[in-house]
Design a binder for this molecule. Structure first.
Ligand code: G3H
Length: 538
């Protein structure tokens, strides 16, 4: 192992001294030292292809294959969720720069659409290789900007590499079809339609903060393999992570303009981007802002995922060990900041106490702390979010709900909490906390649980726990959501599965094959023959 560069040694020493002073247990201390050493080494081993993205903590945006600083001369400060210190500065792009991103994307797309699919696939595979090669380096901004623990940040990068590989393989197998006229009553077989899938043009990709690499890869991969170019608008917190995905495509040899990544505040450039005539499709993942985007977008196809209030229904015959594990994993992974998190538990009266006891025992084992320590529960994205979560807790408590453990918050770090006896008059029953706080509702039976779950304005996923598969199917049929998990927590992956939201949770389908279909359109060529023609098989 090479030595830690001299320039980083002082910082490393300081961190270790701080850790000792803080009285960290041996294992945590060892992990901190390991992580600081790897960061110090990583900073030095950054390849030139990534170094060109930034001057210190100031990151550039990507347009026409070049890393540039904005002519606005302004940057936006990006704070860490855990100590709210500035970790990065990103460019506040101008409208002219957005115009240029769309123009260059359209020019590149015209060539890309004529590029053989196997070559498009090659680019995706190369970008996947780059992600794997620099996974540890690319995971670092995910940890810093969005506070994901190191393991989850690393896993996100690798998951994205797998997604790009799969998209490449899926894309080369997507074919059109031939249709004949004689299926229609009274017609003869003198017309043949050759139906092909063609690119839509330029896809505007707007990923969220919670998966700034993976939920951008899930847009770029299918878009490119279908023959489109992309303009990506990064989330503000998460921008540097998303820029690294752009870098992976640049390093992989993407033609200039095929992948453009712009940064800036949604409040300043969001409307301009979504109403731009250069956008031929918008793929958005995020919160309720998406409803506003859909109203402003006009005549362009939309692929949207706007969150969920995913219900977990536990029936009297459920395996409570399985259900409690799923509730803790589903409700508290990445501190509950997942659109597919379990957002409300409906427990039937017979098993409610026993289930809660198991859930609380498992919850007590979660580690709480810093993402570098690989803690299970880390600070939520920012103060605004922490304040919102707190307001939901206070509202529920003031209306008679039971906090199963005392509410505890340090800065943006909210300790995991189950709130029992939540009722319909409490905001927590309906709203998405997007944090480590989970409402527990006691119901008489499955029908009551389904009725309450279906009153939500959202319908992303849901789950039902029972050992009676017939009953599970009946309950799942009644739940108004895009995916119902039977005996497992809600989750998007594996990423080739369809991912759809009903009601306010979304428009259109995702999942690799479904995204390729959403990001292409049908074009037909009809051959009119002078007489009926029937190909013979012998
Ligand atoms: O936050 C929204 C994501 O699509 C959830 O993905 O189920 O893999 O955590 P996940």
């Amino acid at each position: 192992m090479a030595a830690v560069p001299a320039a980083n040694q002082a910082g490393l020493l300081l961190k270790v001294q701080e850790a000792i002073k803080a009285g960290l247990p041996d294992k945590a201390l060892a992990d901190t030292v390991k992580s600081e050493v790897s960061h110090a080494m990583g900073a030095d081993s950054e390849p030139d292809s990534l170094k060109e993205m930034h001057d210190g903590i100031v990151y550039k945006f990507l347009v026409n294959g070049e890393w540039r600083k904005s002519t606005s001369g302004r940057t936006i400060s990006n704070l860490t969720p855990y100590d709210e210190t500035i970790c990065y500065e990103v460019q506040a792009c101008t409208r002219e720069e957005i115009d240029e991103a769309y123009a260059t994307a359209h020019a590149a797309q015209r060539v890309w659409a004529k590029t053989p699919i196997w070559k498009r696939a090659e680019l995706l595979h190369k970008a996947a290789t780059v992600l794997r090669q620099y996974a540890a380096l690319i995971a670092t901004p995910v940890l810093r900007e969005v506070g994901k623990n190191r393991k989850s940040a690393y896993d996100e990068v690798v998951r994205t590499a797998e997604l790009l590989d799969f998209a490449a393989e899926e894309g080369v197998r997507i074919n059109g079809e031939v249709m004949s006229s004689d299926a229609w009553v009274g017609q003869k077989r003198n017309k043949l339609a050759i139906v092909e899938r063609v690119p839509v043009g330029v896809v505007l990709c707007i990923p969220p903060f919670n998966y700034p690499i993976n939920l951008c890869g899930s847009k770029i991969g299918p878009a490119l393999i279908a023959g489109n170019a992309v303009v990506v608008k990064t989330p503000t917190q998460g921008a540097v992570s998303t820029l690294h995905l752009g870098a992976a495509f640049k390093i992989a040899g993407a033609p200039p303009g095929l992948v453009n990544v712009v940064t800036g505040k949604g409040s300043e450039i969001g409307d301009y981007l979504v109403q731009h005539p250069g956008a031929n499709l918008i793929s958005f993942t995020g919160g309720a802002t998406g409803i506003d985007v859909s109203k402003k977008a006009g005549m362009v196809p939309l692929q949207m995922e706007l969150g969920g209030k995913d219900a977990c229904i536990v029936l009297p015959d459920a395996d409570l060990e399985l259900a409690s594990t799923a509730i803790v994993k589903g409700g508290f992974s990445y501190s509950g900041q997942r659109c597919t998190a379990v957002k409300i538990v409906f427990a039937t009266a017979e098993i409610a106490d026993a289930l809660l006891e198991k859930v609380l025992a498992k919850l007590a084992k979660l580690t709480i702390g810093h993402p570098e320590e690989n803690a299970d529960i880390t600070a939520v994205i920012n103060k605004k979010s922490a304040d919102y979560i707190e307001s939901l807790v206070m509202d529920a408590e003031s209306k008679g709900a039971t906090l199963t453990t005392p509410y505890k918050r340090v800065g943006n770090l909210i300790h995991p909490l189950i709130i029992d006896h939540v009722k319909e008059n409490m905001k927590l029953h309906w709203e998405e906390p997007f944090g480590p706080v989970l409402p527990f509702v006691r119901v008489g039976d499955a029908a009551e649980a389904v009725a309450l779950a279906n009153k939500s304005s959202m319908g992303l996923q849901g789950c039902v726990f029972t050992q009676d598969i017939n009953r599970a199917i009946l309950v799942a049929n009644e739940l108004a959501a895009g995916t119902i998990q039977i005996n497992g927590p809600p989750a998007r992956g594996p990423d080739h599965f369809p991912f759809t939201g009903f009601k306010d949770s979304g428009i259109g389908a995702q999942g690799i094959k479904y995204s390729i279909e959403s990001m292409s359109k049908v074009k037909s060529f009809v051959i009119n023959l002078p007489e009926a023609a029937h190909p013979q098989g012998h």
